[in-house]
Design a protein around this ligand. Structure first.
Ligand SMILES: Cc1cc2nc3c(=O)[nH]c(=O)nc-3n(C[C@H](O)[C@H](O)[C@H](O)COP(=O)(O)OP(=O)(O)OC[C@H]3O[C@@H](n4cnc5c(N)ncnc54)[C@H](O)[C@@H]3O)c2cc1C
Length: 450
């Protein structure tokens, strides 16, 4: 018997299952977030829908709950769970485009790099996240905030069909011709309803863009916010404003703006609003392609310790913004910790045809403290800082909830529910009851069937 062979009593797992005694077990259970050290009962790597069906049936036969590992970037670590069967889609990364129907199809574990490469070659893109190595799976199912939001909405708004393996091992199509209510639920309701083995998206034509990084001293933070508000008011489909407040190792506290003008607007009018009379500490704005924009933020490595917490905001006034700018200079803003503020703009504020479960469209901003550090000794301080920043944001919160895709490991049921609001929540519960009455898929922003 090899080390990886299932011992007697676990033979119901597929032959490919990676069990705790397997030499590759530790590699396959790694979470993006270094504060997590979870030990699943089995990890089943899948490359086809049939293999996912077999894995789901095996989990049900063994009485195990199921965690779904897509691109592996959940900060709450939802893809890997203690004592669960993990359906790992890490190798299910195929992506191809149907130019005639202007659709893109991708496997349940594909990453944005996979899909971007396939679409960009044809002058097209699926509105995605801003990091190429994050998974399309979790990101789409929780909403999806990215550069193309002003012209094409959230990622989930562009999901037009999905193939889903449900809790009883059935294969269901969500969307027109299948279950439209399930598609509505998948557009923001997370991995609650089954394993999505294929995502099909509408694609958006893209052209040359303009953007990059520009940064100012944190003392200009309020002024920079006012100017971004003016840009959004005057050019509603040009940019998704993305602001970071952080302590730069050499420059001290700074307010950084990541700019991506995506609608073909002439850049001068926009950059003039941002630059006029201010002295940037850094100014790298220039012509840029969509793929370069997607690579702007680089890659955040697996294994750092992360605790993210925030709110979707009704508004962000200058006094609050200044309080946030001060918070990044505090001694407990440890390591690479920063505050990320993303604007909800343009098409992102409009409900897509057919609707979406995503429930924060009326918000102006998504603001989050991203505590990112290395030493376990700093856990209490770093987590305390993120919570303190979230407290500063709370009075401006639209519904009392944050972005489910950035939620921390100890996210409360109340905050998850608040992210959707009562009407959407009840509709989601009804879909959950139909597809997963036993809450087998519970390692997510959980919508309990009861
Ligand atoms: C470095 C970094 C950058 C990010 N940038 C952005 C950004 O620009 N915009 C943005 O909106 N978000 C962003 N996020 C948040 C991101 O949307 C979430 O972390 C998301 O969960 C990542 O999806 P994943 O498939 O990689 O995660 P995983 O950890 O693999 O999955 C998380 C959960 O999603 C569900 N899930 C994933 N795939 C499937 C599937 N095929 N079928 C059913 N359920 C599935 C499951 O519940 C799973 O447990 C970022 C996160 C990180 C860490």
């Amino acid at each position: 018997m090899e080390t990886g062979d299932p011992p007697t009593g676990t033979r119901m797992f597929p032959a490919s299952a990676i069990l705790p005694a397997h030499s590759a077990y530790d590699v396959h259970r790694i979470s993006f977030n270094g504060i997590l050290d979870r030990r699943p009962a089995a990890i089943v790597p899948c490359t086809t829908t049939d293999e996912v069906v077999a894995a789901v049936r095996a989990a049900r036969g063994a009485g195990l709950p199921i965690a779904i590992r897509g691109g592996g970037h959940s900060v709450a670590g939802h893809g890997i769970a203690d004592d669960a069967l993990v359906v790992s889609l890490a190798a299910m990364r195929g992506a191809h485009v149907d130019l005639e129907r202007r659709l893109a199809h991708a496997g349940g574990g594909a990453q944005w790099d996979d899909l971007d490469a396939a679409a960009f070659a044809h002058g097209l893109a699926v509105p995605g996240g801003t990091f190429g190595d994050t998974g399309i799976g979790g990101l789409t199912l929780g909403g999806g905030l990215g550069w193309l939001m002003p012209i094409a909405g959230l990622t989930c708004d562009n999901l037009v069909e999905a193939e889903v393996v449900t809790a009883d091992g059935s294969v269901v199509v969500a969307g027109p011709g299948g279950d439209e209510e399930l598609l509505w639920a998948l557009r923001g309701g997370g991995g609650n309803f089954g394993v999505v083995t294929r995502f099909t998206y509408r694609m958006t034509p893209i052209g040359p863009m303009f953007g990059g990084r520009i940064a100012f001293p944190a003392t200009d933070a309020g002024e920079v916010l006012d100017r971004l508000n003016r840009i959004v008011a005057e050019h509603p489909t040009a940019i998704m404003p993305t602001v970071s407040l952080r302590a730069h190792p050499d420059l001290g506290p700074i307010v950084g703006v990541l700019l991506g003008i995506v609608d073909g607007s002439a850049p001068d009018a926009i950059t003039e609003i941002l630059r006029n009379g201010l002295t940037p500490l850094l100014d790298e704005l220039g012509p840029i392609t969509y793929l370069e924009l997607q690579a702007l933020t680089g890659i955040m490595p697996f294994g750092l310790r992360n605790y993210w917490k925030g709110h979707f905001l009704r508004q962000l006034d200058s006094p609050t913004f200044r309080q946030l700018a001060e918070a990044v200079g505090a001694p407990d803003a440890i390591g690479q910790s920063f505050i990320l503020i993303e604007g909800l703009v343009g098409e992102g504020r409009r409900e897509p045809a057919g609707g979406a479960a995503f429930g924060q469209r009326a918000a102006r901003w998504n603001a989050s403290a991203l505590a990112i550090w290395e030493s376990p000794q700093d856990d209490a301080a770093a987590i305390g800082w993120a919570r303190r920043v979230a407290d500063i944001l709370e009075p401006s919160s639209l519904t009392g909830g944050g972005y489910v895709n950035y939620s921390p490991v100890d996210e409360t049921a109340e905050r998850v529910r608040a992210a959707y609001g009562t009407d959407r929540w009840e509709r989601l519960v009804a879909v959950k009851r139909r597809y997963d009455p036993d809450n087998v898929f519970r390692f997510n922003h959980n919508i309990r069937p009861d």
